[in-house]
Write a protein that binds this ligand. Sequence first.
Ligand SMILES: Nc1ncnc2c1ncn2[C@@H]1O[C@H](COP(=O)(O)OP(=O)(O)OP(=O)(O)O)[C@@H](O)[C@H]1O
Length: 316
Amino acid sequence: MTPVIAATSLSKSFETKTGTVGAVREVSFRVAPGEVVGLLGPNGAGKTTTMRMLSTLERPTRGSAVVAGHDLLRDAHGVRRSIGLVAQSGGTRPIATPRDELLLQARIHRLAEPARRAQAMIDTFDLADLADRPTMTLSGGQRRRLDVAIGLIHTPAVLFLDEPTAALDPPSRAEMWQHIRNLRRRAAATVVLSTHHLDEADALCDRVLILDHGRLVAEDSPARLKRQLGDDVLTVALTGDAGRARDAVGGLPGVRGVHGDGNELRIGCQNADELVSRVVLALHDNRVEVRGLRVAHPSLDDVFLALTGHATHQEV
Ligand SMILES: Nc1ncnc2c1ncn2[C@@H]1O[C@H](COP(=O)(O)OP(=O)(O)OP(=O)(O)O)[C@@H](O)[C@H]1O
């Protein structure tokens, strides 16, 4: 199947007073039609810059991409016509109403029957009660919903959502998740979204691209990424030398991998119940005090830590 996005060695460097920042480095990937793909990584990993390049807002320093059949460098106009972009900051005017904003976008895209199209988006995104109020009176979640409606009004082949749920409270977040799920069900839209919430990527994405320091370090479905670590993760809170603790348990039979984050070891394994007593004994023999134990299925947090050596909430 022809991919909707094919990025090849996409790279972007910024020249700053303190030197060159390699924001995105040689990133290559493909996105199939109808896929929901997550760009995942901590602050500064290169997610926004990747999206800005793919939506023609930033020119790549190196590399190329084809988006919805249009070459990014040779046919930026074609790319722009085929995509919707919901930026982190949104883009609505405070005193305009949602209906004004949707109408304006419909006209910018020269859609037939703009008023009917605006109303369709108002209905789809549950904006009926809010449609004629100034956008500055909307809550963060309501405004975000409007941003997505605006991004979709021209039925783009690809929708880029930059942190669609940043700063939303849990109910608004859940609502936004439902809208993103509906996009795929109703519109079969291809969606590329960025997030640093691993649970969000897990809940919404067919595939995640994990970025760290501008590089693509892994690319797979959330389920397969987690399975690589085993069925269980045994988390051990400890006091003592983390390096010595890692060495003590790393070679035990059944251990798939050990990752340390401060005073905590996370041990990927097939069956944590069988391993617990051996881990405690090995740590005791190496003078590491165990303060607590917890068993869980691997999360994308564990995957991220295993791949990069640091947690997603740490800035890079
Ligand atoms: N215009 C710019 N000038 C200089 N450096 C920049 C510019 N834009 C981005 N950067 C740098 O590029 C790197 C990647 O930034 P980017 O915004 O793409 O990361 P991100 O993963 O989207 O982060 P966040 O989750 O915080 O939005 C960062 O180190 C950032 O400071």
